[in-house]
Write a protein that binds this ligand. Structure first.
Ligand code: SAM
Length: 262
């Protein structure tokens, strides 16, 4: 790594454990006519392994200092775009490629984990699967089941679109420099069909509001809503208004939103 001065503010912890890199690659079945988006290639540790798929590859890196490490990866199928991933227009950056399925595979800069996932969810591009290195606690939150303390609004929101799986734990020593948190790799696989929602915006607001104050029950958090309708749906699940959001399943939230938009 020589003289390179890692920028902590950009989440620059580079993966050095080849076993972890190999496991990331093994978790997806990318074909040559697919497209992979990599966020934050850094010095190319993961990029090198992603190239083995021989698929189309678009890497987005904000730090131009790593250009000298990445130049040799570029060819007719691989391009590195030096820009802030949060600012790029993904459709524009990929519309020159004729691809079949789209994958996002990345060792994420942790300070923007949620914005990156949200950007992909709301993007018009149809992502088949994402394999992401995230902070271990975030992996637990995103893959939590109802009833667990880690289950939150983002869990419900994400589960609407994706099946979320925690693949494996990664110790901090797998990185250079070692961060002060452990990590985990998660896989988000797009669901074949989404649950039917009459009003998506209402659903997302309802979920957000339900978790507003973690220790409060649904009656308190959803004061401004039609509580009779909500109680009716909860009853069909054997619950009442004293329940907390952390115990409510995705399907129940969907039913509540559909009942409210009747
Ligand atoms: N992929 C490399 C690896 O596995 O070793 C580096 C991963 S490192 C955890 C995160 C990378 O994201 C860094 O290279 C950092 O410069 C880059 N990065 C940080 N913020 C970014 C942003 N807004 N847009 C694109 N890349 C960003």
């Amino acid at each position: 790594m020589g003289e390179f001065k890692h920028k902590h503010s950009l989440g620059q912890n580079f993966l050095k454990d080849k076993g972890v890199l190999a496991k990331i690659i093994d978790s997806v079945d990318v074909k040559e006519d697919d497209l992979i988006i990599e966020v934050g290639p850094g010095q190319g540790a993961l990029t090198k392994f992603l190239k083995l798929f021989k698929a189309n590859l678009r890497c987005f890196e904000v730090d131009t200092r790593v250009k000298k490490y990445l130049d040799s990866f570029e060819d007719e199928k691989t391009k590195v775009i030096y820009n802030d991933f949060m600012k790029v227009d993904l459709e524009e950056e990929t519309n020159d490629i004729n691809y079949k399925d789209l994958y996002v595979i990345a060792n994420l800069p942790y300070y923007i984990t949620t914005p990156i996932i949200e950007k992909m969810i709301s993007s018009p591009l149809n992502v088949k699967a994402m394999v992401l290195m995230v902070q271990n606690e975030v992996a637990d939150r995103l893959s939590a089941k109802p009833g667990s303390k880690d289950y939150g609004a983002i869990t419900v929101y994400l589960n609407y679109y994706y099946n979320v799986e925690k693949l494996f734990f990664v110790h901090r020593s797998a990185f250079d420099p070692a961060p002060n948190v452990d990590s985990a790799v998660i896989k988000l696989s797009k669901k074949d069909s989404e649950l039917e929602l009459k009003d998506k915006e209402l659903f997302f607001k309802l979920v957000q509001d339900s978790f507003k104050m973690k220790r409060k029950n649904i009656r308190s958090n959803l004061k401004g809503y039609d509580l009779d309708k909500i109680a009716k749906v909860l009853e069909s699940y054997g619950l009442d208004l004293t329940v907390r959001a952390e115990s409510i399943t995705l399907q129940c939230f969907v039913d509540m939103a559909n009942e409210l938009s009747k």
